[in-house]
Design a protein around this ligand. Sequence first.
Ligand SMILES: NC(=O)c1ccc[n+]([C@@H]2O[C@H](COP(=O)([O-])OP(=O)(O)OC[C@H]3O[C@@H](n4cnc5c(N)ncnc54)[C@H](OP(=O)(O)O)[C@@H]3O)[C@@H](O)[C@H]2O)c1
Length: 298
Amino acid sequence: MEFDRGIWLTGADGMLGRQLAAAFAEEGLPCHASDREVDIRDRHALEGFARGRRIGWIVNCAAYTAVDRAEDEPDAALAVNAAGVENLARLAAGRGARFIHFSTDYVFAGDRPGPYREDEPPRPLSRYGWSKWQGELRLAAVHDRFFLFRVSWLYGVHGPNFVHTMLRLFREGGGARVVNDQFGSPTYAALLAANIAGLIASGSERFGVYHYCDRGVISWFDFAAAVRDLGRAAGRIEGPVALEAVSTAAYSGRAPRPARVVLNSGKAERELGFLVRDWRQNLGEFFRETARRPGAKP
Ligand SMILES: NC(=O)c1ccc[n+]([C@@H]2O[C@H](COP(=O)([O-])OP(=O)(O)OC[C@H]3O[C@@H](n4cnc5c(N)ncnc54)[C@H](OP(=O)(O)O)[C@@H]3O)[C@@H](O)[C@H]2O)c1
């Protein structure tokens, strides 16, 4: 373990960033955190932050994540998700720091039924997906000591995310219309973060691309129904809830989304020892975790 040098966590105020900061603290890993105030599009800002700090790992959670808005401003998405990632990766390579980055199931078209392995060629449908794929390519072009995790349907105690949105709609009594013809697997951020903290603590050098998500394949509608049922059992939803299944064609999202992407987490399990749990078990854990940490409640 090389903890004479710390971790630089970018995007530390985002959903995954906050979860990782907590996991690093729990694991006793020293962490320098930054978010918007150190813009990853700005090489000088990055150099300025790194100066004088001993950095052994950069963990990048900074990202442009507005999937629909990216259709109208693809350059803004690329500036963060591709050029910004390259800036950070160059800095990491120059300082001999390992790099951890996150990408998305949206780099795939979702036009095949089987689980996607890491070596399948990306074909993003949306501009967000394209920008994330460009980031992957630019990272691999400038650094070779990196872990790249593609994850899907990320949610956790820190919002905003799909589960928080459903809970809010159910509590407000307005109900929700949710697509039942897009399939995939949720990723519970707390378990992902614990796995990443363990990876860093282990000093692993098994660099490369990895897929990671919870076990099980569901539609967004199934996910919403489980939030309703487990949320009610946890005392977080009272009164009747209107939940309607709709088709993608009837739902007016701006960005095209893949119909079915199931990521195969086998490589991360085998090579990194990552723990993968059933999606429903993780959703149950989400409700227990939010009850334990009232400040993180949606
Ligand atoms: N959420 C999902 O369902 C999902 C699914 C698959 C993969 N991923 C990937 O997982 C990673 C983490 O996602 P997340 O949901 O935690 O994202 P998030 O909540 O949107 O957090 C991203 C953070 O980065 C900040 N940021 C944006 N532009 C920046 C810049 N130029 N310089 C520095 N910081 C900047 C954001 O600030 P602002 O809030 O002010 O913009 C935010 O605090 C991302 O790489 C994402 O693509 C997410």
